[in-house]
Design a protein. Structure first.
Length: 326
């Protein structure tokens, strides 16, 4: 079982299309680094690539996020050498593998205090939290923020990060066990009501005003609740489709909801350059090392069982981050 392998997506579909294939360990070309993965991050986006919701040319690698050890570097790579502990979270796909090549400019050195598992659990979701909170919504102390799926991977990093900045956090989760978790993460209020009751709950918690900021990674199932919960001139950041894509809406719907703003951002546009990737990761690692963020690993799966991990995240059966171990 020590052979090198990778998941190559040859057709889209359910979790059953995921299968490891033996590979030859690749050699790094100019500007590339060969990484032996010690831990791989599971992200909801992996299921979109697998199912075909997000189209990728086939065959394709799968997975965005991993952490491991540098085994070799290609020509022209100055900043990394054999033995460095590194992580990556921004394309191209191919993290579901024992070994892979990564462009040096997309690689981040791991601080000593951050383990491989923590890095694989935290980087993609935590850098998403960084850009959503600090560069996209630009949350200010005292603002109230509604976080959907508050006990999920991104959600469980958003909640303590927002609290650290002095925001008031209302978390919503799919069941009472997850709501307890959201509360433990620091949410001021943690709700688990049915989606069609959420807007009324939010209005009663905010003297009818609604919240100035909604962070919504759930999509289809939560869109109406987000519209109903946002305050006049507030902002909905719709950043994911865990329940399916947001249904079509018109500019007049934004008027009716109270002259609101909507943005649909993606990490790829906020961590585009090497400088952006490293600045975002540095901010994340700073908050981990200070103890502001305790990255919660809810489950570990052998990488070979990635299909089981996909089934779990799609069934809403995971909390916090899930890591895949090669
Ligand atoms: P999560 O661990 O948060 O899992 C998704 C959660 O969504 C579930 O646990 C569940 O929480 C909730 N959910 C609600 N309805 C459904 C449904 N019908 N099916 C499945 N889940 C549902 O995943 P991640 O942390 O990996 O990602 C969260 C979201 O953020 C995803 O939509 C992802 O695509 C998005 N994302 C976007 C990025 C960007 O830059 N735009 C970057 C990274 C992630 P509950 O039961 O509590 O409702």
């Amino acid at each position: 079982m020590n052979e090198a392998y990778a998941f190559i997506l040859r057709k889209t579909g359910g979790p059953e299309v995921l299968a490891p294939e033996p590979i030859d360990i690749p050699r790094p070309g100019p500007g590339q680094v060969l990484v032996r993965n010690e831990a791989v991050g599971l992200n909801f986006i992996d299921t979109y690539h697998r199912s075909g919701l997000y189209k990728v040319p086939l065959p394709s690698g799968l997975g965005n996020e991993g952490a491991g050890t540098v085994l070799a570097v290609g020509e022209g790579v100055e900043e990394f050498r054999e033995g460095n502990r590194v992580g990556y979270f921004s394309g191209p796909l191919g993290a579901y593998a024992t070994h892979r090549l990564v462009e040096a400019e997309r690689l981040v050195k791991l601080p000593e205090g951050v383990s491989f598992e923590q890095a694989a659990a935290a980087m993609l979701k935590g850098c998403t939290a960084e850009y959503l909170i600090e560069r996209c919504a630009r949350v200010q102390p005292g603002e109230t923020v509604l976080v959907h799926a508050a006990a999920g991977g991104v959600g469980s990093i958003l909640v303590p990060w927002l609290k650290h900045l002095g925001a008031l956090v209302i978390g919503h989760a799919g069941d009472s066990r997850k709501a307890v978790l959201a509360k433990e993460l620091g949410a001021d209020h943690a709700l688990c009501c049915p989606m069609d009751q959420l807007a009324a709950e939010i209005r009663s918690l905010t003297e009818g005003k609604g919240v100035p900021i909604v962070l919504d990674g759930v999509g289809k199932a939560s869109w109406a609740a987000s519209l109903g919960s946002v305050a006049r001139r507030g902002l909905i950041v719709t950043y994911g489709n865990a329940s399916g894509p947001v249904p079509p809406f018109t500019a007049l719907d934004l008027l009716s909801a109270g002259s609101i703003f909507v943005t649909r951002p993606t990490l790829a546009d906020y961590c585009r350059t090497s400088e952006e990737i490293r600045a975002s990761a540095a901010r994340l690692f700073e908050l981990i090392e200070k103890g502001v963020l305790a990255i919660r690993i809810g489950a570990r799966f052998p990488l070979r069982d990635a299909a089981a991990a996909h089934r779990a995240i799609e069934a809403r059966a995971t909390t916090g981050s899930t890591v895949l171990i090669p």
